[in-house]
Design a protein around this ligand. Sequence first.
Ligand code: GCW
Length: 715
Amino acid sequence: MKQSFSFFRSGVFAVIISLFMQQAQANLADFQGEDGYRLWLKYELVDNVQLRANYTKHLSTVYLDTSSGTGKVIQQELQLALPALLGTEVRFTAKRSQASLVIALTPTLKVDPLNEGFAIKTQQGLIRISAENPVGLLYGTFHLLRLMQTEQSLAKLDVEQSPKIQLRMLNHWDDLDRHTERGFAGESIFDWHKLPDYKEQRYYDYARANASIGINGVVPINVNSNALILSPAYLHKVQALADIFRPYGIKVYLSIKFSSPQQLDGLPTSDPLDPDVQLWWQNKAAEIYQLIPDFGGFLVKANSEGQPGPGDYGRTHDLGANMLAKALKPYGGNVLWRAFVYAHDSEYERSLQAYSEFVPLDGKFDSNVSVQVKNGPIDFQPREPFSPLFGAMPKTSLAMEFQVTQEYLGFSTHLAYLGTMYKEVLDADTHTQDKGSTVAKVIDGSLSKAPLTVMAGVANIGTDRNWTGHIFGQANWYVLGRLAWDHNLGAEQIAQEWVAMTLTHDAKASEKIVALMMRSRENIVNYMTPLGLHHLMDTGHHYGPGPWVDNLGRADWNPTYYHRADENGIGLDRTSKGTNAVSQYAPYWQAIFNDPQKTPDNLLLWFHHLPWDYKMRSGKTLWLELVEHYYSGAAAVEAMQNQWLALKNKIEPNQFNQVRMALAIQVKEAKWWRDACILYFQTYSKLPIPKGFEQPKHSLEYYQSLTFPYAPGQG
Ligand code: GCW
């Protein structure tokens, strides 16, 4: 006893304790400050004193009609934002004539046909936000706040905006037990067990964040749906969410199980031509609208990956979709019918299947149906050509489905700004009509006058404190909303906005961060699937490389199906001599994609099987280019890491350290991808990794032996 007492009092102990404390303090300091919860709505004091004084002059007294629910949320947002940005209280007045900021409905504004637009004008020092509808005022308010957060002058505002797309949506792949399919940011934010009574703060903050970027529709449950969601008990839970979201201009939609009539009420069939089934859906719609008068509609994954659908009864997609559309029509609801299908027994190569099932149905869908198409013909790979469905169904409304969650782009530990990828697809010219028939013009309805226009993103949101797992994942949620609002905005401009609102106002730092974001997706393409390769990931969880996998039940689940590497070369021949996937594109693209000399390098192996010594545009062999792409991708991540580390004093410690740790993981994983893929392809090319390149640390067998039974996000 005495001995130990003296030990505790000894200097040695004190030193140990103090070292421990220093260590503990150092670690705690890493996690101080902004943790990412506030997203891009941080509302920090405007540090430019002059600018702040100008803002204050304009915004000291606010007139706002708070009679609507939306009016109240605008007021709440301003009460949160303005004092924080300006460092002084603002006054709300009931007298319009006394206000310096007037936020008021103007029924005759006519800035847009969707009635969600707004105008902001500065006249004689007075700022007016006008809109035809309260939600337009909300969007206008968030626009004004964005101008302040990005330190722009308010002196001569003359803004008129309206969304280019009607339904700007987030699709959550969240299950009722809170597991999120392909989710890497914790559990689902929707706590079905505690709804409808327990309304978490997160629901409100989620709604604020969405409204701030113009998102006006959310699907809180997975497309691999659960019939239970349409049961009375769950509909009451959905109602609670809808009530929370309504003032923010957000409608709730539900993913439904096509077999719900059987599963919920024991009907003998779910055949869309059966009158009892039709009646069941009509009654269900009536029940839903009783609870949720502005319910958005249904999202449907049918006859895809084991989900039930009209095909189970020998019926085509249009018959299933139209049955639901007719049930929702009297209430103004819509059906989003997914085109992501690939059949078990199809004679077609997988990339051809959605087109071959859907194009024959063009013109057969009701006006309140939109066919929701993934951006590429396979499945959200780091790079795919645009889906050939865009432009090929001129008599059908086509919705864009992007993936925001990074199922194939490094989960939530790889930094990938997806704005560049979304823009690449939106700006792609389908050449299905005369000049300028871009994918964006297909989905915004301007090419074919589609009655329903939709852009959806598969959400990357979960219960992680920072919402998206990776701080930079927030930028992908942000850019999805901004592009759905206006697809003409540039990826770089949106990145600049996001950085200013989320990370820093320091001009040099922000320039560096934006530059790093703009390259980040291409880095991933390079170290995962360069030159048009795709679907090389490991099975099931999709974590890490698995180009060697060749033993799965279905041919088109195997990476070997897609890369076709052999002694003669690599790549999948989709030309007219191969699977003829090129035939689904317009003649302009056929001429390009059919010819390896004309096909852009970044899609080369998507369309062609080429010899290892094929001479590339650069004059180098295909093997050498492949190796160089893999190495440059991994090297770029190390460079990105160094650039980030150099920003240490410019970023809040918590945000900085979260990204620092993720980048360290990404550096390791980029090399893992690089080495595993090159070693594997080398077994066919039989060519060396040229001198000067760091040789892989492990053998191919080592990489093949790795297993990850607990990797997150699996279906
Ligand atoms: O990308 C694949 C995913 C599945 C997903 C499916 C789909 C929801 O691996 O997890 O299921 O696409 O889009 O339906």
